[in-house]
Design a protein around this ligand. Structure first.
Ligand SMILES: *[C@@H]1O[C@H](CO)[C@@H](O)[C@H](O)[C@H]1NC(C)=O
Ligand SMILES: *[C@@H]1O[C@H](CO)[C@@H](O)[C@H](O)[C@H]1NC(C)=O
Ligand SMILES: *[C@@H]1O[C@H](CO)[C@@H](O)[C@H](O)[C@H]1NC(C)=O
Ligand SMILES: *[C@@H]1O[C@H](CO)[C@@H](O)[C@H](O)[C@H]1NC(C)=O
Ligand SMILES: *[C@@H]1O[C@H](CO)[C@@H](O)[C@H](O)[C@H]1NC(C)=O
Ligand SMILES: *[C@@H]1O[C@H](CO)[C@@H](O)[C@H](O)[C@H]1NC(C)=O
Ligand SMILES: *[C@@H]1O[C@H](CO)[C@@H](O)[C@H](O)[C@H]1NC(C)=O
Ligand SMILES: *[C@@H]1O[C@H](CO)[C@@H](O)[C@H](O)[C@H]1NC(C)=O
Ligand SMILES: *[C@@H]1O[C@H](CO)[C@@H](O)[C@H](O)[C@H]1NC(C)=O
Ligand SMILES: *[C@@H]1O[C@H](CO)[C@@H](O)[C@H](O)[C@H]1NC(C)=O
Length: 419
């Protein structure tokens, strides 16, 4: 009798409980949320109920969590007041993102599969229309988590970058949807989809409509897989930018596959700054479909930000981020070769302008001598919208191996390695 009572108590102590986030109409729900999650930072589900729109009026930093699921079945709303958000972002206590996780084990961030609920609405349209770029909050920082899950999340009109996993290990990120789509002619600047940092990250079945990188893999990233994705309107499946301000980069073992790139500026993209250092190694983009994309494959070791004025003159004393074992395998699609001005272009020429390009290049390899080895593009099947020839640009003196096509500035001519 006593024994079974003890057992009952023991199992009760370790029981998994669900706690609902309190909501007060018109009020900020973050104090209630923070109190709840601080009291139940382990073995718990923290539930945002369906049928409720929660007010997330200030940025929130979660405590270190163990065995916790954050479940978003209701809607979440940022303030509609731009100045109110800028005040929070500009304050010294701003944790870095509107939702910041920093540390924890077995943490799940889970949205809703109900199409009408589970949306996180940042009201970005007003920011885009005002071209308001001061103190824009990033969305979700999932930092220093081991054994994490981000699934079924749905972000509506974000203001800035969306998800970032910095220094996290073993995270599965799937079935998420980002809708940074403007209803007007304004552009959703810097709405990067997924920023991959950490080790052993698996991204699957994510859908991103946005105005910047769909995926961006940063320095320190190891063993990253992205597959079965759909990206529309943004700036591609990117490694980098790396090496800004002489930074030493290290990115290894990345596989990006089976993804559709619709009306993006780039499909596969690598970018490092002149004067950086370090290495990006063993990076594969495989089975990529591109539609209405002006630059399907674009590698530059000479990346530059349009806001920073003219790029430096290349000098042989500068280091560069090395690239090795890059494979572009199985690219099929249509190059956008009709005139266009992409929405992020605010200078003349545009930041993505390539001197002497024909606008029909399926591959551009903008490489420095002696810093790129084993770059190969194979099984590339491309045509242009206008039916004209497909071209390439490639710095022949910079690379000694067969890149899969004739390395020159001219028509695309496949070589043996490219078959
Ligand atoms: C959480 O549950 C585990 C068993 O799954 C148990 O070992 C641990 O003590 C629990 N933690 C707390 C704070 O109750
Ligand atoms: C990890 O969290 C999930 C819920 O998200 C839970 O079902 C599972 O039991 C947890 N694992 C451990 C080892 O506690
Ligand atoms: C917006 O927020 C600012 C700063 O908090 C405040 O001064 C202003 O009154 C708010 N505007 C409205 C319409 O609520
Ligand atoms: C939840 O938010 C989304 C995005 O703002 C909106 O489209 C949807 O109508 C909201 N759901 C309900 C039930 O209000
Ligand atoms: C990367 O993955 C490989 C193979 O799955 C594994 O052996 C290696 O330990 C992983 N690297 C890290 C840093 O976890
Ligand atoms: C290259 O990366 C892939 C993952 O994309 C991994 O499976 C493979 O082991 C890596 N190769 C080397 C030589 O590290
Ligand atoms: C680069 O060199 C050109 C010609 O030598 C010079 O006019 C220009 O000012 C230099 N740019 C920078 C950023 O040093
Ligand atoms: C290039 O890198 C080497 C070693 O990593 C370093 O000693 C040198 O100062 C770097 N050069 C520049 C211009 O940063
Ligand atoms: C563009 O082509 C012209 C003529 O071939 C050449 O003089 C010039 O150096 C090229 N510019 C660049 C940036 O490659
Ligand atoms: C590669 O060659 C092109 C001309 O074809 C040139 O404009 C570009 O600066 C070169 N890239 C690098 C990184 O030197």
């Amino acid at each position: 009798m006593l024994f079974s009572l003890l057992l009952l108590q023991a199992s009760a102590a370790f029981a998994w409980d669900t706690f609902t986030v309190p909501h007060l109409p018109g009020e900020d729900d973050t104090p209630g949320l923070l109190a709840l999650v601080s009291n139940h930072a382990s073995n718990a589900t923290i539930m945002f109920n369906k049928g409720v729109t929660y007010n997330i009026f200030i940025a929130i930093k979660f405590p270190v969590l163990t065995n916790v699921e954050i479940r978003i079945e209701g809607n979440l709303t940022y303030p509609t007041n731009i100045t109110a958000i800028q005040d929070v972002v500009g304050s010294s206590s701003f944790p870095g993102s509107w939702f910041t996780f920093s540390g924890g084990d077995n943490v799940t961030l889970r949205g809703s599969t109900d199409p009408h609920w589970g949306w996180v609405d940042a009201h970005g349209q007003a920011w885009w229309d005002a071209v308001q770029q001061t103190n824009r909050p990033h969305g979700w920082a999932f930092n220093k988590i081991t054994n994490g899950v981000i699934r079924d999340m749905k972000l509506w009109k974000p203001i800035g970058w969306n998800f970032a996993t910095s220094d996290s290990v073993d995270v599965h990120i799937y079935n998420n949807r980002i809708m940074a789509v403007s209803d007007s002619s304004s552009f959703p600047f810097n709405t990067d989809g997924f920023s991959a940092g950490g080790t052993n990250l698996l991204f699957e079945n994510n859908v991103v409509y946005n105005g910047d990188d769909c995926l961006t893999v940063g320095s320190g990233a190891f063993n990253i897989t992205w597959r079965n994705g759909y990206c529309e309107g943004g700036h591609g499946l990117s490694i980098g930018s790396l090496g800004e301000g002489g930074a030493v980069a290290n990115v290894q073992n990345v596989l990006i596959e089976s993804t559709i790139m619709q009306s993006c500026l780039y499909a596969a993209r690598f970018k490092s700054w002149t004067g950086g250092n370090g290495i990006a190694r063993n990076i594969t983009w495989k089975d990529i479909t591109f539609l209405n994309v002006p630059f399907p494959i674009y590698v530059t070791q000479n990346y530059w930000d349009q806001e920073d004025g003219p790029p430096p003159n290349v000098s042989s004393t500068l280091n560069n981020t090395h690239i090795a074992d890059f494979l572009f395998d199985g690219f099929t699609g249509v190059i956008r070769d009709t005139p266009f001005v992409e929405g992020s272009c605010v200078t003349d020429p545009c930041w993505y302008y390539v001197a002497n390009a024909t606008g029909r290049e399926v591959v551009i390899l903008d490489l420095y001598p002696g810093t790129a080895t084993d770059v190969l593009a194979k099984d590339i099947v491309a045509r242009t919208e206008t039916g004209r020839e497909v071209d390439v640009m490639c710095n022949a003196t910079a690379i000694s191996t067969d890149v899969g096509f004739k390395c020159w500035d001219g028509p695309f001519i496949r070589t043996k390695a490219g078959l």
